[in-house]
Design a protein around this ligand. Structure first.
Ligand SMILES: Cc1cc2nc3c(=O)[nH]c(=O)nc-3n(C[C@H](O)[C@H](O)[C@H](O)COP(=O)(O)O)c2cc1C
Length: 195
């Protein structure tokens, strides 16, 4: 049994969004298989962007972000599900990451000026990124080299100790019901496996 945090990073609360269906497919299957699941939805939440280093270091984490932080700390496996917008994660999810991955939560920088590498505070956790997109996933991989997903994986998740990170890139997402059904089944299978 695995403790799993599922972060639904879609900014649109409309239940018609495919991302929400993927999150439910994963979370329902995981619970049925006996895993412990906490679902964190970001849609409709007021999550301000960070505006300064001072805020990042000193300000309280916004109330809307704290349940997500708690879930990440609690979890052994973290699933982020979001649509590709403008080639990247939606700004709401980026704001959540900026606010949640604060010093002393994600990285310990040690004494200022010590020149030491920051200590990774989120070790012992793995992650899955489920990313939907309008273009074919093969095109995103081959032409864009999966750049924003790789950046999230390497510059944020692995940097803070979260590893391994696996990805489900779901392209042509505005296509046929059959295509969507197949992906819902695949994602549910990951929920059962807790991976
Ligand atoms: C604001 C916006 C920006 C988008 N940018 C991209 C993009 O850069 N590349 C892409 O392949 N699809 C893009 N799309 C398509 C979405 O990725 C696609 O509609 C979404 O993944 C479908 O999932 P959903 O039903 O959960 O919204 C964009 C859609 C919107 C609304």
């Amino acid at each position: 049994m695995t403790r799993i945090a599922v972060i639904d990073g879609h900014p649109d609360p409309s239940p018609s969004r495919f991302g929400h269906a993927l999150v439910s497919a994963y979370a329902d299957a995981a619970r049925e298989a006996g895993h412990e699941v906490r679902e964190i939805g970001l849609a409709g939440k007021h999550i301000p962007i960070l505006e300064s280093r001072k805020q990042w270091l000193e300000d309280d984490v916004p109330a809307a972000v704290r349940p997500g932080q708690d879930a990440i700390k609690w979890a052994e496996h973290i699933v982020f599900c979001y649509p590709l917008w403008m080639g990247d994660m939606p700004a709401l999810l980026k704001a959540f990451i900026e606010q949640a991955f604060r010093p002393n939560f994600a990285l310990d920088y040690g004494d200022e000026g010590s020149g030491q590498m920051p200590r990774k505070l989120l070790r012992g956790r793995s992650a899955r990124l489920i990313v939907t997109m309008g273009m074919p996933a093969l095109f995103y991989r081959a032409y864009f080299a999966s750049h924003s997903v790789r950046s999230f994986e390497r510059n944020i998740l692995k940097l803070t100790g979260i590893s391994p990170v696996t990805t489900s890139l779901i392209g042509n997402v505005d296509g046929s019901d059959r295509h969507r059904r197949r992906w819902l089944d695949k994602i549910a299978a990951h929920g059962v496996a807790g991976d």
